[in-house]
Design a protein around this ligand. Structure first.
Ligand code: ZN
Length: 349
């Protein structure tokens, strides 16, 4: 598509060269000058065709984004939905992200996120919302005290507007994922074969920057130990085949916030439908920790379970880090960036 423009440009370039050549008139015969110009033109056209092909590839790569971000948050109930959605879409487009699994936190977000840009978002609802010390008392779905209404949720699932339950935050609410209060939601997920995304690991620690816990009124019930992935076992046994993706794998290592590696690897071994994302580990944590986490998972044979998740950290930063890890093969990168998520979420490619 750029080729005609480049040929035109090459012609202009050779005309300029021809004009410039007249300065050498005393040294070259007219015939030699023509041969020189013709040669120059041929070389320049070949070079520009190559440049044009390379540019076309780059344009094509931007026009057909492939990456799937399985960990993305929309706005809080009091947020500026339109402004943040526009920013989110711009960041996705700039980085080649074709789809984001978005966590919604209030009833009207169906219109402001899912209905507004259906092709870019697979919507989930946040569950077991953190309780606050100040107003609003609950970080999400405040009109129903932090618990999304089940009748509404069923209706939205039947209408195809909600396709996941995510992010489930048991440690924010201070309960185990197998707490009976969560069971009706897991039952609904099993009935409709919805994937469930669960916040695991012990963090974030109190006061963490750019985090819900950075808000001093947030989460007096927070219990780091409720982020242990082993606590999902009773749920996975009760609902065989239920697809769960565990989030923030490998995150931690500040103070007592060690990652749950043994429990994570055992869960992946025992439940082949459990996938994961490395959000936070892939961004704010030291790159050596991200690389070590990838190596641990891939050497254990779980390279086909790792999905790309940003948790709203700069996608550019995470992609740069991923591309700097030189021992990863292209098939391994493709698996992380989109293929594993296409399989887990049963998406068309
Ligand atoms: Zn998150």
């Amino acid at each position: 598509m750029l080729l005609p423009r480049f040929i035109e440009y090459a012609r202009g370039w050779s005309r300029a060269a021809e004009a410039q050549n007249s300065a050498f008139a005393g040294m070259l015969t007219r015939k030699k000058a023509r041969a020189f110009v013709a040669g120059l033109m041929r070389v320049s056209v070949v070079l520009l065709i190559l440049a044009s092909a390379a540019l076309d590839d780059r344009v094509l790569a931007q026009e057909t984004p492939t990456i799937i971000d399985v960990h993305r948050h929309g706005t809080w109930p009091d947020g500026d939905d339109e402004n943040y959605r526009t920013k989110t879409l711009a960041e996705m487009k700039a980085n080649g992200v074709r789809l984001a699994v978005i966590s919604l936190t209030d009833y009207d977000h169906i219109e402001s996120w899912k209905d507004a840009s259906p092709e870019f978002f697979l919507a989930g609802v946040m569950l077991a919302c953190p309780r606050n010390l100040s107003e609003p008392r609950y970080k999400c779905f405040p009109s129903s005290e932090g618990w999304v209404d089940l009748t509404w949720l069923r209706k939205m699932v039947e209408a195809g507007k909600i396709e996941a339950i995510y992010e489930l935050g048991p440690n924010y609410y201070g309960i185990s994922p197998s707490n009976p209060r969560l069971d009706p939601y897991f039952a609904l997920a099993a009935e409709f074969d919805l994937p469930v995304g669960v916040h695991t690991q012990r963090g974030p620690p109190p006061g963490a920057r750019n985090s819900t816990r950075g808000d001093p009124s947030c989460c007096p019930d927070y219990d780091p130990e409720m982020g242990n992935p082993a606590l999902l076992r009773p749920v996975l046994d009760r609902y065989p085949g239920l697809r769960i993706w565990i989030q923030h794998v490998g995150a931690g290592r500040a103070g007592g916030y060690e990652p749950f590696w043994d429990e994570t690897l055992a869960l992946l071994r025992d439940y082949p439908q459990v996938y994961l994302d490395l959000s936070i580990t892939n961004g704010p944590r030291p790159i050596a920790q991200y690389e070590e986490s990838l190596r641990t998972l891939i050497e254990a044979g779980y390279g086909d379970r790792i999905m790309f998740g940003s948790d709203n950290v700069s996608v550019t930063l995470i992609l740069e880090r991923l591309s700097s890890i030189d021992w990863l093969s292209q098939p391994q990168r493709n698996a992380i960036l989109h293929e594993n998520a296409e399989r887990f979420f049963r998406l068309k490619q």
